[in-house]
Design a protein around this ligand. Structure first.
Ligand code: RIB
Ligand code: CA
Length: 315
């Protein structure tokens, strides 16, 4: 039995999702069991094609399974092409796609893989939580073999899709409610943390020196991502949200977390989709169901990124 940490990444690539995959796929501490896709940054078809392209380009030989194309209750919000472009992964130019989609639905892949794993699996969602919620509801027994759910989503301060809510949670708030109340610990990389992982042009220049396929893909992705962050928000450097989940798995000392009770607002009002995180432990009767990330060791984070980009084939 391997002592590597077994994970499944459930994602909506997405430039930052792509970097999360890069960090996970070759790291010796991690066993990437598979990648599942969900509608978020772009349509299900586009994010799935992107996941296949990322794996094909980097030689990542894991199953890619397609999941839900819509939220489980409400209509999904619009896709985010302002940031990720029409393809959802604008910037890089990929060879014709030959990697085949695994025929299993993402929900069935998650259930089958978790139930059959010989040690607990960590779920790493970096998109809306539709697939995760459906897997839990369809087969609750998977919870017995899930050690924790390390996700990018939420914010205990300011949102990014409404004043109150962050995109991944807002996009399927009812699914997020299922996940945060499922009884397994949620390690939440919210915007409060990920807004400390700013990919400035000098970071891109630093990674341009990494002469591997992953280094090149990172640069091609981030040149587009930096351009859209500047064009859309006026920022010199955009928050690289999703890779913080993998950095936490690789070296948890790079991220300070605080135990809290967290719940999702699913009331449909102005704060719908907000992660209400009890930062000051006011609700004493509530069990602390989450570790909420509060502080990033920025230098250590970018070192982790560079170190893992170097694990790929030279160019
Ligand atoms: O709010 C940021 C999150 O939404 C990131 O995961 C990004 O990729 C999008 O999915
Ligand atoms: Ca994402």
């Amino acid at each position: 039995m391997s002592d590597r940490r077994k994970i499944i990444i459930d994602c909506d690539p997405g430039h930052d999702d792509a970097v999360a995959i890069m960090l996970a796929a070759r790291n010796p501490k991690i066993e990437l069991l598979g990648i599942t896709t969900v509608r978020g940054n772009q349509t299900l078809e586009k994010v799935t094609k992107n996941a296949l392209n990322i794996c094909q380009y980097l030689g990542i030989d894991v199953p890619v399974c397609q999941g839900l194309g819509e939220a489980i209750v409400r209509k999904s919000p619009p896709v985010e092409e302002r940031v990720h472009g029409d393809s959802g992964l604008d910037g890089p130019v990929f060879d014709p796609l030959t990697k085949q989609l695994d025929p299993r639905h993402a929900v069935d892949f998650i259930i089958e893989t978790v139930l059959n794993a010989d040690s607990p699996v960590t779920l790493v969602p970096t998109g809306p939580l539709s697939n995760i919620a459906m897997a839990i509801k369809k087969e609750p027994r998977i919870l017995e073999n899930i050690d924790e759910i390390v996700l990018m989503g939420g914010a205990y301060q300011h949102g990014n899709v409404t004043a109150a809510a962050e995109f991944n949670i807002y996009a399927d708030a009812e699914a997020a409610h299922v996940v945060f109340s499922c009884g397994r610990r949620v390690v939440m990389m919210g915007l409060d943390l990920t807004r400390q992982a700013l990919c400035y042009p000098e970071i891109v220049e630093r990674m341009e020196k990494v002469k591997t396929r992953a280094g090149k893909l990172f640069v091609d992705l981030m040149k587009f991502f930096c351009m859209t962050q500047k064009r859309t928000f006026g920022w010199e450097g955009g928050p690289l949200h999703d890779p913080t989940t993998i950095a936490y798995l690789i070296d948890p000392s790079c991220i300070e977390t605080k135990d809290m009770y967290s719940e999702i607002d699913i009331t449909g009002g102005p704060s719908h989709g907000r992660t209400n995180c009890d930062f000051f432990n006011l609700m004493k009767d509530k069990e602390m169901n989450s570790k909420v990330a509060v502080k990033l060791d920025v230098e250590k984070f970018w070192d982790i990124v560079e170190d893992n980009l170097r694990l790929y084939d030279s160019i």
